[in-house]
Design a protein around this ligand. Sequence first.
Ligand code: HMG
Ligand code: MG
Length: 269
Amino acid sequence: MTLPTHVKLVEVGPRDGLQNESKIVPTEIKVELINRLSRTGLRVIEAGSFVSPKWVPQMADTASVLAEINRTENASYPVLVPNMRGLHDARAARAKEIAVFAAASETFSRKNINASIDESLARYQEVCDAARAHEMTIRGYISCVIWCPYEGAIRPEAVLHVAERLLSMGCYEVSLGETIGKATPGEVQRLIATLVERIPRDMLAVHFHDTYGQALANVFAALQLGIATVDSSIAGLGGCPYAPGATGNVATEDVLYMLNGLSIHTGVD
Ligand code: HMG
Ligand code: MG
């Protein structure tokens, strides 16, 4: 068994965590949270989303958050962007990195972004072309990579198709969203084994929600197959408002504790 010697942690708490809080967290608390996270050595901290405030009111102040945080040199503060309007707002807020978010499930795609998978990919092609023209970096997400709250099991080939499309648009990495936290380690390894036949491991990240307490085991299962980028959320906050049943993300501090125990470097204190 060969595990990676270094792992990049992508902190998603200020976005995936706070988008799912029933009370809207005040801007100054978000700013303080991100500033404290920056001081831990985290190099990627998702700062929010430029989505419709009617769909996700919790993220409506993302421009103010970006304006007020202390941006650490060498750290990136990506923001989710669903369309050209979001890209425009992200640029105006001086975002340097965006994340586009697609799904491997047709029904989830419609529920989350009101578009079919094909429609969303066409939209993201335009977003990515414009983002690259402005020298922004682009991360890609795929939701429902193993289970969908509406359709049940999802085929790895459906994930591969979306992943290859996102990479062809210029995403430097695709994060595999296990949106409802239902998958177990064997299922995770089967998915990754299919994907790495066509996609380099260093272009894949894992993003586990933790509904059935499987997330940390799933992270370990991914590490065993050479995946070295892990999304996590401080205090295990998280969930998607359009994924019924999903609870928090795997907690950053728990992932870090495990990685420290395995002598895997993260640069995070
Ligand atoms: P729509 O209703 O089809 O969009 O929503 P529309 O183009 O018809 O616009 C409707 C209204 O929204 C208009 O305003 C637009 O101006 C406005 P109105 O004229 O009614 O006043 N609007 C916007 N406002 C601000 N920023 C924008 C924007 N775009 C339109 N960018 C849309 C389509 C994509 C906008 C909507 O479905 C949406 O915002 N969805 C976001 C859902 C979301 O954020 N989900 C959570 C993130 S994904 C996730 O958590 C999963 C992940 O963690 C991985 C995993 O765990 O699987 C990443
Ligand atoms: Mg998520």
